[in-house]
Design a protein around this ligand. Structure first.
Ligand code: AGP
Length: 607
């Protein structure tokens, strides 16, 4: 959940570290710090709150001269967000500084042991044991100290280390937490993700679990856990620096909402050739697909809701039952999964701890695994038998938007692709492929159709609680719509299957309670309309989201949101857009920090 960065080169490190930390701030933002080496001494500066505070404290890095350093932005797990608990952590002798993303599970026993050896602890963090272990094991050889230290650690870590006896060198080590090396000219870097590197270099090396790296300004050397040299290939990042900038928008979230037509096009267009859905990356044969008895979809948060939304298309087109399970539940549920299961894991970051654990669990039970992932080279992408990338580009806002719509788009493509292999009729297939090709345009039309949302936000922003209702896909989209609203505006928002209202929830409806009713499937619209009437007669204020030609709803709802007329099988990617915009403008009305909501972090790398 934290972000780490390291630099060694010709220029002063501190400004480079601060710039990198700003890019990583979405990973955690309750405290931050940097450590810079100068004349064989390490200076540290730490603050609570945002990177802006660290810039102010260090006069944009001018107070910490030196060309080698490490930095950290924190999402607190062990210990409150205080300066003492902020990273980097220093060894007692002041010769080593460490930054860490991950969790050291055996830190309590290590702390007891180190205390008995006379080490003094300054923080409540799990991380601090690492720096004391390094001091304990260092006998003039950092490789040996790192190997011996990491051998003692259980849990996950991406580590950055500097040692005042080794000027010009930064060390990085990885186990189950993301870490990437940036290869520049007379300068080298490490970072939790590429957004922190891309303004300096697009040449990167993906470190694997159990590996560590030694970087100087002129060299990048990588070693395994036995200290044997590992040869690695340099990869080129496909997107440029503008992709990770706000580009004139006030918030990343709005930029990313507006990018959706392009992102969905980038996801779909290359996979439709000569009217056929093509997945060059899939190794699953038609024969193997015929052996699949169930599709299990697992993920967390919005990625899970993407699975909920696409389930209807998958079941209808493949005739294979689809089971949805939250990754945090699946991993401990002793699931009925075997080689006749196709497990689909969905993750924007590819680093979500529960999703990784669920994937490992199901793999071990023999499932065939397919990952839908946005971040290239991420853990989930590497673990799955098949990986399909969403090509959404970097998503910086903590609340996902284009991540979700591209995930749903990939799942739609998969539904058509698998359905085709299992005997979908040619005529239906052709119509479905055309519908998929229209999705990017339909998202743009949806954005254009809903210019009234900023005004609606003025009406609804001060509500105590909002209810989202719908049936089938409408219900699945309600779940995501309610999550968007609560995570960025902090309004209490709940999604209910419309038919469930009478079974309890309707007791909460009173005069002026806002009910956002999704009504985008003509086949079952009448049923949701009845629910709208029921809540209206109890005083609710109804904001209905429906397809454009739906006249029936106009007389019933108080306010309206629209999607263009579209096949309801693929409507989730358009339906969610007005709800994203509504959440955005409500949060703006309420003065919330839209890109960095309180208590959250973009990538949930801890359980
Ligand atoms: C969505 O807005 C959230 N930030 C969150 O629910 C997210 O979708 C979830 O943590 C899963 O993340 P992943 O896609 O990176 O695995």
């Amino acid at each position: 959940m934290c972000g780490i960065v390291g630099f060694t080169g010709m220029q002063n490190a501190a400004p480079v570290l601060l710039e990198g930390l700003k890019k990583l701030e979405y990973r955690g933002y309750d405290s931050a710090g940097i450590a810079v080496m100068n004349n064989e001494a390490i200076s540290v500066s730490k603050v609570t709150g945002r990177i802006a505070n660290l810039c102010a404290r260090t006069r944009d890095g001018a107070d910490l001269p030196g060309t080698t350093g490490i930095g950290h932005t924190r999402w607190a797990t062990h210990g409150a967000p205080t300066e003492e608990n902020a990273h980097p952590h220093l060894s007692n002798d002041g010769r080593f500084a460490v930054v860490h993303n991950g969790i050291i599970e055996n830190y309590l026993s290590l702390r007891d042991e180190l205390r008995q050896d006379g080490y003094r602890f300054e923080s409540e963090t799990d991380t601090e044991v690492i720096v004391h272990l390094i001091e304990l094991y260092y006998r003039g050889d950092m490789h040996e100290a790192l190997v011996r230290t990491t051998n003692r650690l259980s849990g996950s870590y991406a580590l950055g280390v500097i040692c005042s006896d080794e000027p010009g060198k930064i060390y990085a080590a990885r186990e189950a937490s993301p870490l990437i090396l940036g290869v520049g000219i007379r300068e080298n870097f490490f970072a939790s993700d590429v957004t922190a590197l891309v303004s300096h270099t697009r040449n990167v090396i993906y470190l694997e679990d159990g590996e560590f790296a030694e970087l100087t300004k002129d060299s990048v050397r990588i070693f395994d856990c036995l200290n044997q040299t590992v040869e690695k290939k340099i990869s080129r990042i496909a997107w440029n620096v503008q992709a990770a900038e706000k580009g004139g928008f006030e918030h990343f979230m709005m930029k990313e909402i507006m990018e959706q037509p392009g992102a969905v096009k980038a996801t779909i267009a290359p996979r439709i050739r000569d009217g056929r859905v093509v997945f060059d990356e899939l190794t699953l044969t038609a024969e193997e697909l015929r052996e699949i008895r169930q599709i299990v979809i697992t993920a967390c948060g919005s990625a899970y809701y993407a699975g909920c939304a696409a389930r209807y298309a998958l079941e209808r087109l493949t005739h294979i039952p689809v089971v949805l399970e939250l990754a945090s539940e699946l991993r401990y549920s002793d699931p009925l999964i075997d080689e006749h299961t196709l497990l689909i894991v969905i993750s924007q970051s590819g680093e979500t701890a529960d999703t990784i654990a669920a994937l490992k669990e199901c793999k071990a039970r023999g499932a065939r695994t397919l990952a839908v992932v946005n971040v290239v080279g991420s853990t989930v992408a590497k673990l799955a038998d098949n990986t399909v990338y969403t090509w959404a580009g970097p998503e910086i806002a903590v609340a996902t938007t284009k991540g979700y719509t591209t995930q749903v788009s990939v799942l739609y493509l998969l539904a058509v692709y698998i359905g085709d292999r299992l005997g979908l009729l040619e005529n239906e297939y052709k119509t479905l492929v055309k519908d998929l090709q229209h999705l990017p345009r339909r998202i743009q039309q949806t954005i254009d159709l809903n210019a009234s949302i900023p005004d609606l936000a003025k009406k609804y922003h001060s509500s105590k609680a909002l209810f989202f209702i719908g049936r089938n896909t409408d219900y699945a989209v309600s779940l995501e719509g309610a999550l968007k609203m609560k995570e960025i505006s902090y309004l209490h928002s709940e999604a209910y299957a419309a038919g469930e209202l009478k079974h309890g929830t309707i007791a909460l409806i009173e005069e002026h309670t806002p009910v956002i009713a999704l009504c985008c499937n003509p086949a079952i619209m009448g049923k949701t309309l009845s629910n709208i009437v029921e809540v209206k007669s109890r005083g609710a204020e109804v904001l209905a989201l429906t397809f454009r030609s739906n006249q029936k709803i106009i007389s019933v709802a108080d306010d309206l949101l629209f999607i263009p007329d579209t096949d309801p099988l693929f409507s989730a990617v358009t339906e969610i857009v007005p709800l994203q915009l509504l959440a955005y403008y409500v949060a703006k009305e309420n003065g919330c920090d839209i890109d960095k909501p309180k208590n959250l972090a973009k990538s949930v790398t801890v359980e």
